[in-house]
Ligand binder design. Structure first.
Ligand SMILES: Cc1ncc(C[n+]2csc(CCOP(=O)(O)OP(=O)(O)O)c2C)c(N)n1
Length: 540
């Protein structure tokens, strides 16, 4: 059967067809659609595949370890910065190893379309000594899932699969297998000495995983996803990894005259790289993200022979595209390309900067906050990540920072420790349960003089309205963390309640301890969706 699928959907379908028993994920562009596809999949429903959102990437990775421990296949999905959040279980998962297969799918966002940095997850694979896959096409992404699970169970290691935005978010026709593989049976074969990472056991596992590395490189050398394609013109050789290989193919619809080394499986097969270096005068490294391969190749080669991001032949930052690949090749060869003028923005399209929706509750929160803060010119508002980050932009210009999920509360506390007053934090409901709760506990434990606003729109709006882990539990969570009942206030962010909201903020700023204000009103987008669903249900 053939299906037109996004890269993300091909990955999801590939995992289901490989006998998946659970996906564990926290939303983040461009990875969100993988879990959403599994949530709607009839096969997943029929098989009872777990697909509920996790509270954050660390809880997701650990739940996958639990499923693997019991012998079943698990998928963990996140955007690149999520891998920082689950770095601890991810790196340690190489030490525990796997029982049932685990694939950790990380979607990187070069050009930072919706992210705060451009990190390249391949470094994490190398760092953790975990085999890494980087598909070049949607079909490969689909096929690789079955291979990744088999490999994970054969090697008893998790597998990292790295994709980038265009792979995740563009569609192609994908040929699927006729019969999905059965799920693994529950089993009790997990070896205690693998899963109890006491130093005496972990040292042994560390030796085993380290000793596995030459075997992993040999597997990458022999992999069907890594390919040496000999060309007719040896003045130039090209290493093209992941989606860059796809772009390279687009540059040469009639076939590439140069020798090409396609890389989609790591550790980098250095023997194949050496073969290319020996046969070609110059070598161009095309890879999306940071110069990961280029750094390794430069370590073993004549520097003048290697061209890529480090010498400016390709841009050091941002997304790659076929035009950039063409330009780089034209610079190094006599190939007569017709260079397009690139993707110039159409003049008729008026630019539309992001803005909070009309009727959004975050608007009312910022309107009230700004009025109150007119009386406190030195106030600092530490922001966080979500729709409400748009409060930085005009007309509100209301926040002073946005670093990583949860940093609002901890930064407000640090600023207060430094002597700042008033020190406020604004954080969304999903961000609060993702990474804000522990920071609030720090603040409570030291009775920090901060005012925390948890702007609760009952959803994870920024990434498309996924369920939020703490809905209906925030007052109980805050009380449980030790916030006093008198300084835990709930308001409804509507223009008609402006005076009450302002009064509440003013009072809580004046209170010299931890206070939490929860403005609560459903996101306009999910509200409209829910109303439509309700109407449709009534019609039936
Ligand atoms: C570590 C990490 N994981 C995921 C994301 C993607 N992301 C950014 S904000 C956000 C949650 C926003 O939800 P919420 O805090 O409820 O605010 P809202 O957008 O609903 O206003 C997500 C999932 C991220 N930036 N960093």
């Amino acid at each position: 059967m053939k299906k037109l699928l996004l890269g993300d959907e091909a990955i999801a379908q590939g995992a289901l067809d490989a006998g998946l028993s659970g996906v564990y994920a926290y939303p983040g562009t461009p990875s969100t659609e993988i879990t959403e596809y599994i949530q709607l999949s009839p096969l997943a429903k029929e098989r009872g595949v777990h697909s509920r959102w996790s509270t954050n990437e660390k809880t997701a990775m650990e739940a996958a370890l639990g499923m693997s421990y019991m012998g079943k296949r698990a998928l963990v999905c996140m955007k690149h910065v999520g891998l920082n959040v689950c770095a601890d279980p991810f790196v340690n998962s190489a030490m525990t190893g796997t029982n049932g297969g685990i694939v950790v799918l990380v979607a990187d966002d070069p050009s930072m379309h919706s992210s705060q940095d451009e990190q390249d997850s391949r470094f994490y694979g190398k760092f953790a000594m975990i085999p890494t896959l980087e598909p070049s096409t949607q079909q490969e992404a689909y096929n690789m899932m079955a291979m990744a699970y088999d490999l994970s169970e054969q090697l008893q290691l998790p597998i990292l699969m790295r994709v980038t935005t265009r792979m995740a978010h563009s569609r192609a026709v994908v040929e699927l297998v006729d019969t999905p593989r059965q799920q693994n049976e529950l089993n009790y074969n997990a070896k205690a000495s693998n899963w109890v990472l006491l130093p005496a056991f972990a040292r042994k596992r560390n030796d085993i995983v380290t000793a596995q590395q030459p075997q992993l490189e040999q597997m990458a050398t022999d992999s069907i996803y890594n390919r040496y394609e000999d060309g007719t013109d040896h003045s130039l050789g090209i290493v093209a990894s992941g989606i860059a290989y796809n772009y390279l193919k687009e540059c040469f619809p009639n076939g590439c005259p140069y020798s090409v080394l396609k890389i989609s499986q790591y550790p980098l097969p250095k023997r194949l790289v050496r073969q290319l270096m020996e046969t070609c005068e110059q070598v161009l490294i095309c890879e999306e993200g940071q110069p990961f391969i280029e750094d390794i190749v430069r370590g073993v080669a004549d520097m003048k022979q290697v061209r890529g991001k480090l010498d400016g032949t390709l841009p050091r930052t941002g997304e790659l595209n076929p035009d950039l690949v063409k330009k780089a090749i034209a610079q190094l060869s006599s190939f007569d390309f017709e260079l397009s003028t690139g993707f110039a923005p159409c003049e008729d399209v008026v630019s539309r900067p992001p803005a909070l929706c009309q009727g959004c509750g975050h608007r009312d929160v910022y309107a009230a906050l700004n009025e109150v803060l007119l009386g406190y010119p030195n106030a600092r508002v530490f922001g966080d990540i979500g729709c409400y980050t748009l409060g930085f932009l005009p007309p509100y210009k209301a926040i002073h920072s946005c670093v990583d999920m949860g940093a609002s509360i901890t930064m407000a506390k640090g600023a207060s420790d430094a002597g700042q007053w008033p020190s406020l934090a604004i954080i969304g409901d999903s961000t609060f349960t993702h990474s804000g709760m522990t920071g609030l506990l720090d603040a409570v434990n030291e009775n920090a003089d901060i005012t925390v606003i948890i702007s609760d729109n009952l959803t994870t709006a920024m990434t498309g309205g996924q369920d939020s882990a703490g809905t209906n539990k925030f007052e109980a969570i805050c009380k449980g963390l030790g916030v006093s009942e008198e300084h835990l206030k709930v308001v409804v962010p509507l223009p008609k309640n402006m005076e009450e909201i302002k009064k509440t903020i003013e009072e809580e700023i004046k209170y010299h301890g931890v206070s939490v204000i929860i403005p609560r009103r459903e996101c306009m987008q999910t509200l409209q969706r829910h109303l439509k669903q309700k109407k449709a249900a009534e019609k039936k």
